[in-house]
Design a binder for this molecule. Structure first.
Ligand SMILES: [Zn+2]
Length: 282
């Protein structure tokens, strides 16, 4: 057969050379093994505090770069979609706002209880399952806490098909909206004011909550834009051009140092995404 034609022409290797090579290999392996084990154990110790190894011990970014008496936020990463739940508050108050409580509500509730914080509102940037998964548990724990969402995404809260959870076999529902918001609204809660920017395209009723009162403006952008990427638009109500257009007209017109806190992945800024986001061009 063609593929074996060259096989007989391979150079013969003397048996003594083979055994010598084997001996050298075993010796090197014996020397390398302790170092390998040390590296492995070190990595395990480092990763033991990492969410990839022990999901229940995920890191809480409790000391953020933006932390002032006027505004501070914590990030809780909820598995399995590594969705960012944010807890925003003033430094001098015990109430807070929970933005997009995700699919691990016990982590969120545990954090709130440890910090002795009471949620004054749940703000949903949009109605996809990974961003509303904790609504029900928070509402059960704090029944007075209103659920707030963009008007056109409100129906997703109670419809597992529309909030896409049915596709993952979860069939998740949230309590219905207590209040809905529209583009240009200002929603005030826990001593914080959030300007509402409607940016459809990833989800038809997607809104961004912009806080401008602190040391730096901060926008909770959900799945509109990520560090180096933008939200998916291949959903029934998705629209790529609409999304990119909204990013340009509503986000890229903000000051370059505006901090963007996405629904997944690390924080970024308007300036950074204007410079380097390859997906944000029209
Ligand atoms: Zn989404």
């Amino acid at each position: 057969m063609q593929k074996y034609r060259d096989f007989p022409s391979l150079p013969m290797v003397p048996r003594s050379t083979l055994s010598q090579n084997l001996l050298v290999g075993i010796t090197m392996f014996s020397f390398a093994m302790p170092f390998y084990l040390i590296v492995e154990i070190t990595l395990y110790v480092i990763c033991a505090n990492n969410r990839y190894i022990l999901p229940n011990r995920m890191p809480l970014e409790e000391s953020n770069s933006v932390s002032s008496p006027d505004f501070r936020y914590d990030t809780i990463i909820c598995l399995p979609f590594e969705q960012n739940t944010y807890i925003a508050r003033r430094g001098d108050r015990a109430d807070c706002v929970v933005i997009d409580p995700g699919l691990e509500p016990e982590k969120i509730i545990g954090h709130l209880e440890r910090q002795a914080l009471t949620p004054a509102a749940v703000l949903n940037t949009h109605g996809h399952g990974d961003h509303i998964g904790g609504n029900a548990a928070l509402k059960q724990r704090w029944p007075e806490c209103p659920v707030v969402i963009g008007t056109r995404d409100a129906e997703k809260l109670t419809d597992p098909q529309k909030n896409l959870s049915a596709g993952f076999g979860i069939s998740l529902v949230s309590p219905p909206a207590d209040a809905t918001v529209e583009d240009g609204d200002v929603y005030e809660s826990a001593g914080l004011k959030f300007k509402v920017l409607a940016i459809p395209g990833h989800s038809i009723g997607h809104v961004v909550f912009l806080h401008e009162g602190g040391a730096a403006a901060i926008a909770f952008v959900g799945d509109v834009i990520f560090s180096g990427s933008i939200g998916r638009t291949d959903f029934p109500d998705g629209d790529h051009r609409q999304l990119v257009s909204g990013i340009h007209s509503k986000l890229f017109t903000l000051s370059d140092d505006t901090i963007l806190l996405p629904g997944h992945g690390p924080a970024t800024t308007v300036g950074e995404e204007k410079r380097s986001n390859p997906y944000a061009g029209l």
